[in-house]
Structure formats: structure tokens, C-alpha cells
Write a protein that binds this ligand. Structure first.
Ligand SMILES: C[S@@+](CC[C@H](N)C(=O)[O-])C[C@H]1O[C@@H](n2cnc3c(N)ncnc32)[C@H](O)[C@@H]1O
Length: 333
């Protein structure tokens, strides 16, 4: 069983080194064993792909044919963008601050797709799978060469950009879908506000934002002695020292994310939460800043928050209700 405080201290030390993400990758590869996505993670990420797609279909302007998309936070395993390519995305721009996508993790991801093709499981995992896209992916998998991950993905029209997604080089109104998968929880409030402003700019007027947000203390999956609510016991000052600088967790709660959407020009049109154990939450003495939050809000471990650009203030009086009340589903963990 791991000790989360030790892990955080190691991350702090790594963060002082140049190219700290590379050192962290080595740690994940050789010690903590989180460098490659497991088979279960591969399937779960394709589940996220289905969700992003269904949010586009249900809440977007139903783009005819293919569609363009912007991803925040590529990460190490581009399973979701490749899945969206297979389901008809014509062009995806995927942004990350650092090049955590490495040749070895891309090879592994492509190997997972190859295994799923071989096993015949992709049509079940991706019901919108398009045969011509599958043929394109198969050709890319077969073409083992000395290309960089960005070059390999460009054959699937997935364009990896290293940089801050607050400043994309995309024209206004370029994409009907902006998505991210477990990224928002790592980003400070002020940066999120900047990202949402940029997303509002690049989205088509009837576009959709689909974000899966982790709300649990991620150290709990490493250290089984703590619950997913453990980090709520610490004040901001204490958390500054305990938080991992490599994979920081902001501890923003659902209400904070909803408010950020609203304040930056989005209506929440759909929300789906996965909640944990009330007994676990009750066992944690909450730091003062969390005591004012609704219990159910704190109970959420994951949330899907789907947003659409809100009508500009001058149009709101005469707008027919385009968004209505958010639909909310709560599923057990
Ligand atoms: C948890 S990882 C992404 C996981 C990935 N989406 C997945 O499903 O496996 C979060 C990533 O977001 C990136 N990120 C954080 N802030 C960003 C920003 N402002 N612009 C672009 N990428 C950012 C981080 O560098 C990090 O690699």
C-alpha cells in the first residue's frame, strides 16, 4: 500500500528538476506502474468518448457529417481523440502544456486499438464506428516508422499542440465540440476562467462543451488508508504543502465549477454525477472552507458538466428557452 504523503513529497522533489514531467514519467514507468493505460482504463476512456459524442449529438446543433473538436489536456494516452476520429471527427486539435504524450505511450495506445480490432470488440465499444476510419487507423498502426507522436496522430487529423489552451490559434466559431477528460480538477480557478473564455470564442454558437471532472482525492487510489474525501480536511494553507506540484488537485467543488461556467458565458445544460459513500464523507472533519457546501455537492466523486454558450445579455429577454433547466442524473459510484 502506498503512502500518499510520501508520493506527494517525491513529486515536490521532482518538480524542482528540469523537465520534471520526464522524471515523473520515469517514476510512473518503473515504480508506480501508471505509465501505460490498463485494459480497463482503455475501455473506460472509450466510454468517455461515447459520452462526449452523445453530448454533442443531444445538445449540439447536430453538425451534418463530420465535425471538428478541441480537446483540453491530451495527456499520455490519446484514446478519446482517436475514438472520436473513428466515430467521425474530421479534425481534432488537442492541447497540452507539456509533451506528456510520448512515443512509448502512443505505441501502447495504438496496440490497444489493434488488440480491440483483432478481438472484434470496437463496434461494441464505439457504436458510431465508421468503417473507412477504421481502415485509416489500421493503416496508421501498420506503418511503424520513426515519426513523432504528433506526426503519427496527424494522419488521423488529430493535431497535437503543445501550449496553453487559453490561447489557441483557432479562428472564432471553429468547433462545435470542446471536450476534456479528467483535466479541470488540476487547473486553478483563474486559469479555468481564461480557458472558458477561449472556449466560448472558438465554439460555434450552437456548440457544446463536454467535460468530465474528477472531484475525488486522487491520492486515495494510491493509498487505500484514506477515503476519496480526505483532502477536504485541509485548509488552503496546509494543502499548498500537501498537494502534488506535478499533478495538482485544486479541490474546487461542483458548485465552483457550475459558477465558473455561468460567469464565463455558459449555461449548464446537463449534469451527471457519480457519488461516493456518505459514511466516508461524514468521517472527514471538513476544513472551514468546505463546511458551507451542500452535502450532496461534496459527495460527488465525478461529474459530467455539459455547457452551451449562453445567450448574450441583450438577447436574454426575448430568447425562447434554448437551454432550460439542467438535466441531472446521479449514479452510484
Ligand atoms: C490528467 S491529464 C489529461 C488526461 C487525459 N485527458 C486522459 O483522458 O487521459 C491533464 C493534462 O492537462 C494539461 N493541462 C493543464 N492545464 C492546461 C492548459 N491551460 N492548457 C493545455 N493543457 C493543460 C496538463 O499538462 C496535463 O497533461
Amino acid at each position: 500500500m502506498g503512502n500518499w504523503k510520501l508520493k506527494s513529497a517525491v513529486h515536490r522533489t521532482l518538480s524542482w528538476l528540469p523537465h520534471s514531467h520526464r522524471w515523473n514519467a520515469l517514476l510512473q514507468r518503473h515504480v508506480t506502474r501508471g505509465y501505460f493505460a490498463s485494459a480497463a482504463t482503455f475501455e473506460a476512456k472509450l466510454g468517455c468518448c461515447r459520452r462526449h459524442l452523445s453530448h454533442l449529438r443531444r445538445f449540439g446543433g447536430r453538425p451534418a457529417g463530420g465535425f471538428a473538436a478541441l480537446e483540453l489536456g491530451t495527456g499520455s494516452w490519446p484514446i478519446v481523440p482517436i475514438g472520436l476520429f473513428l466515430c467521425g471527427a474530421d479534425r481534432i486539435w488537442s492541447y497540452d502544456l507539456v509533451p506528456v504524450l510520448e512515443p512509448a505511450t502512443l505505441r501502447h495506445t495504438l496496440g490497444q486499438f489493434a488488440a480491440a480490432i483483432h478481438a472484434g470488440s470496437l463496434p461494441r465499444l464505439l457504436p458510431e464506428l465508421q468503417p473507412d476510419r477504421l481502415a485509416q487507423l489500421t493503416a496508421v498502426i501498420a506503418r511503424a516508422g520513426p515519426e513523432t507522436p504528433a506526426e503519427v496522430l496527424s494522419h488521423l487529423n488529430i493535431h497535437v499542440r503543445i501550449g496553453d489552451a487559453r490561447h489557441t490559434d483557432l479562428p472564432a466559431g471553429a468547433v462545435p465540440l470542446v471536450f476534456s477528460t479528467v483535466v479541470f480538477e488540476h487547473i486553478p480557478r483563474t486559469v479555468l476562467a481564461g480557458l472558458l473564455t477561449e472556449f466560448r470564442r472558438v465554439l460555434t454558437p450552437d456548440g457544446v462543451m463536454s467535460h468530465q471532472i474528477g472531484l475525488a482525492d486522487q491520492f486515495a487510489s494510491f493509498d487505500r488508508s484514506i477515503t476519496p474525501y480526505n483532502f477536504l480536511r485541509y485548509t488552503e494553507r496546509q494543502w499548498r504543502w500537501l498537494n502534488s506540484p506535478m499533478i495538482p488537485q485544486t479541490r474546487l467543488r461542483l458548485a465552483d465549477h457550475r459558477a465558473l461556467y455561468r460567469e464565463n458565458g455558459f449555461d449548464v445544460v446537463h449534469e451527471e454525477n457519480v457519488t461516493g459513500s456518505a459514511a466516508d464523507l461524514r468521517s472527514v472533519p471538513l476544513a472551514p472552507q468546505f463546511r458551507t457546501h451542500a452535502f450532496d455537492d461534496l459527495l460527488a466523486l465525478y461529474s459530467w458538466l455539459v455547457g452551451r454558450p449562453s445567450a448574450p445579455p441583450h438577447a436574454q429577454g426575448r430568447a425562447t428557452s434554448r437551454t432550460g433547466e439542467p438535466s441531472t442524473t446521479t449514479a452510484p459510484a
